[in-house]
Design a protein around this ligand. Structure first.
Ligand code: JFZ
Length: 425
């Protein structure tokens, strides 16, 4: 494979235009781990055997599953695309794959979950992404490594005898072929994830050699030429379409070879990705809104996760989060969608997003009296709140700053201003 096939940045810039424009997507982590409801890594964390884990398979029956409801909420929240875990690390498949019996159709639920999901989100106009785990703690050919649930198995030394990662790589290609041929047009392929281990300078596993990443990527590009592929396949140093920092917002726009890359932060509502009933680290709605603003202010996308329950529902905390986005985006969407990092540096406690000559100032903290923004002196004549379009009458060009001479209280929904920038003719 030539470097060009894997060099999508310059070549396929157009295919990413929708992604950069849309800015906001929904991540969905859903699978058997919704039943234990204590983290999607539960099989590894608790070193559960296949037999231990079987109880979740045998009791999987999400009778309240209604993806149209999820799709409506995502759309209302201003999300433009969705990425679903078709298979997570536990190896459980949400569709009627021919490559394994470990799939939803063989559970008490007995049905394919993916087709109705894809149909529902497409019907709401969202683009479709498939998360597919490179790690597989169920497949008999996937070698046991220090993260595998069977890492402390009594036969640890012998456990990898007969396991063949080449066969596993072929299995992945078979599954990815199904995913990209049986569900209509797919917009994003989100692979997860590589953790190359090195011994005396040599790669010994769980990187591109194991996944046969080059072959896998070539297959994906053949089946779906315009698809966006993420960067977690250990593509031997070659760039992917998008960079995916996880659970943090970069301090600066991520770069590669001195050029800014297309990037997408993925974040959780509560810390874990799969439904976690007892987690007490749920983010506040204000924080969630600020994460979206902060990401776009740095030129990136936000992929915000929900972990549906074993019944197939969104629990009340996930619904509250989506409601918060819905409420905020109803008035503020134009400061997010089609916006990017501003040409200006933000004043204290602010984030800036910009769309052409429209500058959006998002206040994360209300200034006590004055909002100083020296860089804008002489460049703006009019400012409005975004939530209601009301004029910000207290804006005055000072000698070298704009200043906000007010102390009136504002709610978190009333913290974004829009300012048209005056360009020299
Ligand atoms: C992975 C998964 O293990 C996790 O369960 C979830 O699906 C998440 C979206 O992706 O977690 C990762 C993957 C990569 C890094 C960290 C967590 N990383 O590169 O730092």
């Amino acid at each position: 494979m030539s470097a060009q096939d894997l060099q999508p940045l310059a070549l396929h810039q157009d295919k990413k235009a929708w992604f950069i424009h849309d800015r906001f997507g929904l991540f969905v982590h859903w699978g058997l781990y919704a039943l234990p409801a204590r983290h999607e890594w539960v099989k590894s964390r608790e070193e559960l055997s296949d037999a231990d884990y079987q109880r979740y398979f045998d009791n999987f029956d999400p009778d309240l599953y209604d993806p149209r409801e999820w799709a409506r909420r995502a759309k209302a929240a201003g999300m433009k695309y969705v990425v679903l875990t078709t298979k997570h690390h536990d190896g459980f498949c949400l569709w009627d794959t021919k490559a394994t019996d470990f799939k939803s159709t063989n559970t008490p639920y007995g049905r394919d979950l993916l087709t109705p999901f894809v149909d529902a989100f497409r019907a709401e106009g969202l683009k479709i992404g498939f998360y597919y785990s490179l790690i597989d703690w169920h497949h008999p050919d996937f070698t046991v490594d220090p993260r595998h649930p069977q890492r402390n198995h009594p036969d640890a030394l012998k456990i990898n005898e007969g396991r063949d990662m080449h066969r596993y790589a072929a299995f992945m290609r078979e599954q990815v072929t199904e995913l990209l041929t049986q569900f209509g047009r797919i917009d994003i392929m989100w692979f997860d994830f590589s953790y190359p281990q090195w011994k005396q300078g040599e790669l010994v596993g769980k990187g591109h050699q194991d996944w046969e990443s080059e072959k896998l990527v070539r297959l994906v590009r053949e089946l779906a030429p315009d698809i966006i592929i993420n960067n977690r396949l250990d593509l031997a140093g070659l760039p992917a379409d998008i960079t995916t920092p996880e659970q943090y917002t970069p301090r600066a726009w991520p770069q590669r070879g001195g050029k800014r890359v297309t990037w997408e932060a993925c974040h959780t509502l509560s810390g874990s990705w799969g439904y976690h009933r007892d987690e007490d680290t749920w983010k506040s709605t204000e924080q969630l809104v600020q994460m979206l603003i902060g990401t776009v202010a740095m030129g990136g996308n936000l992929l915000m996760n929900v972990g549906p329950t074993a019944r197939g529902t969104l629990d009340h905390r996930a619904i509250a989060a989506l409601d918060a986005y819905e409420q905020w985006m109803a008035a503020h969407e134009r400061s997010i969608v089609s916006c990017t990092q501003s040409e200006f540096a933000a004043p204290t406690d602010c984030r800036l997003t910009q769309n052409g000559d429209k500058l959006y100032i998002h206040l994360f903290n209300w200034p006590f009296k004055h909002l100083h923004f020296d860089a804008l002196a002489g460049k703006v004549e009019y400012a409005q709140f975004l939530h209601d379009g009301s004029e910000v009458t207290w804006l005055k060009p000072a000698a070298n700053a704009l200043w906000a001479n007010t102390q009136f209280p504002v709610s978190p929904d009333e913290m974004t201003f829009v300012l048209p920038i005056r360009r020299p003719q």
